[in-house]
Design a protein around this ligand. Sequence first.
Ligand code: NAG
Ligand code: NAG
Ligand code: NAG
Ligand code: NAG
Length: 688
Amino acid sequence: MAAACSLSSLLSLQTSLEYGLVDADSVQEKERLVYQYLKKVDERETDLKVPEFQEGLEWLNTKEPLFLSKQLSGKVVVLDFFTYCCINCMHILPDLHALEQKHSDKDGVVVIGVHSAKFPNEKILDNIKSAIIRYNITHPVVNDPDGSLWQDLEVSCWPTLVILGPRGNMLYSLVGEGHKDRLLLYCSTALHFYKEKGEIKDHRIGIDLYGNSVPSSLLAFPSKVILDSTGEKLVISDTGHHRILIAKRNGQLLYAIGGKMSDTENHLIRMVDLLEEKVSTIAGVGMQGTDKEGGAFGKQQPISSPWDLALGTAGSNEYNVLWIAMAGTHQIWALFLDDGKLPKGSEIKKGTCVRFAGSGNEENRNNAYPHKAGFAQPSGLSLALEEPWNCIFIADSESSTIRMVSLKDGAVKHLVGGERDPVNLFAFGDIDGVGFNAKLQHPLGVAWNKQKGLLYVADSYNHKIKVVDPTTKECTTLAGTGEAGSSFAQNLTDCAFNEPGGLAVNENGTLLYIADTNNHQIKILDLEAQHVSLLPITLQLADTVDSLRSPVRPPKQSRSSPRIEMSSVTVSVGQSLQCELALSLPADTKLTEEAPSLWALSSEGNDWLQGQNTVGQIQDLSIPQLIPVTIPLGQPVTGLVLVVDVFLYFCSKKDGACMMKGVTFRQPLQLSSSNQTSTSKVMLQYSF
Ligand SMILES: *[C@@H]1O[C@H](CO)[C@@H](O)[C@H](O)[C@H]1NC(C)=O
Ligand SMILES: *[C@@H]1O[C@H](CO)[C@@H](O)[C@H](O)[C@H]1NC(C)=O
Ligand SMILES: *[C@@H]1O[C@H](CO)[C@@H](O)[C@H](O)[C@H]1NC(C)=O
Ligand SMILES: *[C@@H]1O[C@H](CO)[C@@H](O)[C@H](O)[C@H]1NC(C)=O
């Protein structure tokens, strides 16, 4: 039996080191203190050894399960006890990334995510897979669904880092976020210490990334969707691609903004001016803030993980305030776009960014005084400006509740979910009911339907859309089976979603738009006809090319997609080449009519396809799909390769299950000096 020791004995040893470090004024002095500490701790090995990873656990990003006594022997190992919903866990990913940049496994440092679920939905490997792609986690992750290592070590808080020496001996622990400097200091000193003792080994541990950083679809993990004030345009946060898409209501894309910018992990609020075609920062400083009061000018005010926004009014002016769900500090903030005042507050100048509600403690606390209330990772906002509501509805994810904050007096009240104890953040479930009797699991989005007087809730971990009547506090399932999936059944409760995160209601309250995050889709729930359909997002092919109104790039092919190497064909300058796609689907499936199945053409090496059509839609597989290419002047004679990526969306005719699959064709070209004029043809064939 493993003689596990709890973290508490380690932490008491570490306390004197931590005190010493506070007073140390040079790097050398700090390193000396840590080195002395390691000497002491290293001798206590017997009672500070962690138990071995259990056999049979599921590992991601590795070729095979890892063990402390095998691949991890001879390494400084950082165990990151995390759960994927937890904002504080997301906050330390950049710190871990910095450590991994500094020391590789070959140098002797290995980071391992020990996924220790809070919510039942987080124990499921598929959901963790989605999360590691969404958050670009590239180190090994082990799913410990029963939290056995967590319990053995008596970990009590997400995130907790436990740093081990080369024999699986515990060296230090760091609880919570904000310890980047300590983490780097502790690891490099441990590496130094054990290298001197000859205990560090330089073998690789066999990383095998689970997937590409973003999946190969037009949308990747869309998290929010809203309609503009005219009701004509949809704005989608295409989170996995780090961009905002703006589409017409029929799904035709108009703009793609960003791609490598924006906004939660930059801890910024950005403004996109579509007329001027400019993007600017209006709040935040570009790194995570810890301030819980605010009051500075937007661009000087550090903020922490803004998760949702709602444009509203405060004081007498029209639309003068941007309400912010500040998930990172568990608060609701206001950014003043014009002069105004908070409910029962004094005048606030234009440009100021300030806390409105929430003490900053992660709690489920309701209170008539907004600063005394507590939220737990508020992640979705929706305004109800008419009486008697005049409030912001809030999806408070970690407490699994829907709450409301009054815009008249700032009082924070409970609506549904959770329980009365303000510090219990584990009162979740999937129960239709009234008030506290209703249970949700990690709700992320809310949308108010003023015509119907109903509030819709994206109950993400129950994979459901629920509806709440704020008058009776009754919460019922509107759509979703309770299991992750994707289907468009006749009956709303047979339609399946996968961690839906954002909602929007159209102008007349007849349609509900759903960001079905892990399905990479926007869906439309027709509230009158009671059925769900896919928003057919279509590429606008003939758009102008500039930085903001960029052509919507085709998706990236997933690493698991097959690559077909074609044999080389001979072409000459000026000649046209006809690529014919011959694709077939598995039996009993059909192309998803409204989804953007497409081909995309690119060239390896220099960009010789400029000015040619490089993207096309695929609507009917029974018609041969022809892709014309012209070989322009001035090409090198060797190394010409044409790449055709195909992305098909199709659904089973039997159970309606939908999927996206891709294939890549690599067609090398040989340039001849002869003047061929006839069109050459190549056939690109693949059966899915
Ligand atoms: C994901 O992380 C890797 C390194 O771990 C980095 O090279 C890559 O750029 C990241 N990708 C995205 C989309 O952030
Ligand atoms: C929808 O399906 C549920 C469960 O399968 C069933 O109880 C309900 O009667 C169905 N409703 C309709 C309108 O078919
Ligand atoms: C509501 O608006 C939609 C467009 O958003 C329109 O198609 C529909 O006819 C409208 N319905 C009613 C009842 O006004
Ligand atoms: C090909 O055509 C070009 C002009 O179009 C000409 O200058 C060249 O001599 C021709 N080459 C051959 C091999 O016929």
